[in-house]
Each structure stands twice: as C-alpha cells, then as structure tokens.
Design a binder for this molecule. Structure first.
Ligand SMILES: [Fe+2]
Length: 241
C-alpha cells in the first residue's frame, strides 16, 4: 500500500526517547518510505513529569530532519504533533500552544499510564472533548482497565474518542492477548488508526507494510485504506471522521 500516513512516530531527533540523531531520524524516514509511508505526524512525548522539549527545540529538530530528507530526495512529508500524556495542566498547555495537536487540527494524540484507572481515563478524555478537542487514544491496547471490558471501548468512543492501535499490537509483538484484542477491535471496525509508534531502527522501527497487507487480507482493502490513508487525511484536514 502506497501513501500511508503514520500518525504516531517519534522520529524527531534528540527531543524524546525516539531518534537519537539526525542520521538515525533520516534512516527511519528512508525505511518509512520503503514501507509505503508518505506522510508522518511527528509525535514526540509531551509529559510533564519528564523533560518535554519546548516547541523551539522540536522545530529545530524538524528543520534539520527536513534538510536531510531533501538531501536524500525522500518522498515524505512531516507534520507537527505531540503524544500528550494526559493531565489537567497538559490541556492548559495545549490551549496555550505549548503542547501540539495533530498537524494544527483539533485532534490530540492522548496517552495515559498503562495502569491508569478507567474512571481517570474516561474523565481525562471527557475533559478534552469538553475543551473542544478530538482525543485519539494512543495505543488503546495498552491500558489494562480498558482492555478488560469491551463495553469500556464503546463508552470511550461514544464520548467522542478515536482509537489508535500500534502495528506491534496487531502483529503479535506485544503478546498473544494484545494481538487478540487488537484483532477483535479490527474485526468490529472499531479502530480509527493503526500507526508505528516508531522510536528507532531496531526494536521499534517504522515498519507497517506487513501489517497493512495483513489487514487487507483479513479485514478487506476498503477498511485498510480507511485506517492507513483516509482517516489520517480527514484528521489532517481537521474534519470529523
Ligand atoms: Fe508513542
């Protein structure tokens, strides 16, 4: 599949636990292009407890990477975003422009602790919706108190959340139970986005081709196109899915 949009990717060099250098970042981009990716939303962690890089540092990292992408003639476009670890303060920082939505849209890639209580997750997502944002739950397969009860998935979608799952979850790299959960969501067409959550070239590389082929074969080409191309495009246009 060509023209894939990867909406969750830690490719910006030197700003979080993702790419460590411009070279590594550019190598990740080259691999992403080989995998059929043509657009990446760079989503460095925005986590108050950790030292989140400021916008200026993130923008410098993006500029350096874009220069390298041009030198290598890679057919790849990168948008700005963040993976925002939910807190009340983080929502204020979004409002203030310190934390970033996805490509300047109203969509916000939102993360919680894997151990977070369900009521906290639900409240956090409602808070974002009340503030006028469209929260995308990053790697929804990771939250213990969400995956344990299917009705919670429906509830989170009904309150206005969108679901993103990782390639690693779908393909079984995160364990059999997680794979089964991701595939159950795919079977019911509950998933809105599948992304790489790439951090490097080794263990968490931007590989997506096999997963796209798997989803085409198992769940149909139309749904695969929605997941990898159409939904991310609608998100970047800042329209409703
Ligand atoms: Fe991530």
């Amino acid at each position: 599949m060509q023209g894939i949009v990867d909406i969750h990717n830690h490719v910006l060099p030197g700003v979080d636990d993702g790419a460590g250098s411009v070279k590594e970042a550019a190598d990740m981009c080259a691999l992403a292009v080989e995998e059929g990716i043509r657009t990446i939303v760079a989503t460095p962690h925005y986590h108050l407890g950790m030292q989140a890089a400021g916008n200026e540092r993130r923008d410098n990292a993006l500029q350096l990477l874009e220069e390298e992408i041009a030198i290598r003639c890679l057919n790849l476009r990168i948008y700005r975003g963040n993976e925002i670890y939910y807190s009340v303060q983080a929502v204020e920082d979004l409002r203030a422009g310190k934390a970033r939505t996805m490509g300047s849209s109203q969509y916000v890639l939102t993360e919680f602790s894997p151990e977070a209580e369900y009521s906290y997750i639900r409240r956090g997502l409602s808070h974002l919706v009340q503030e006028g944002y469209l929260p995308i739950i990053a790697h929804v397969e990771r939250y213990k108190e969400v995956v344990c009860e299917k009705s919670r998935i429906y509830e989170l979608v009904e309150l206005g959340s969108y679901l993103q799952i990782n390639v690693s979850g779908v393909m079984g790299m995160s364990g059999r139970k997680t794979k089964a959960f991701c595939n159950e969501l795919l079977r019911e067409e509950l998933v809105h986005f599948v992304a790489t959550d790439a951090h490097d070239l080794k263990n968490r590389a931007p590989r997506i081709k096999k997963c796209a082929d798997f989803i085409i074969k198992k769940y149909g080409a139309a749904y695969a196109k929605r997941l990898f191309i159409d939904n991310p495009q609608i998100m970047l246009w800042d329209e409703y899915l």
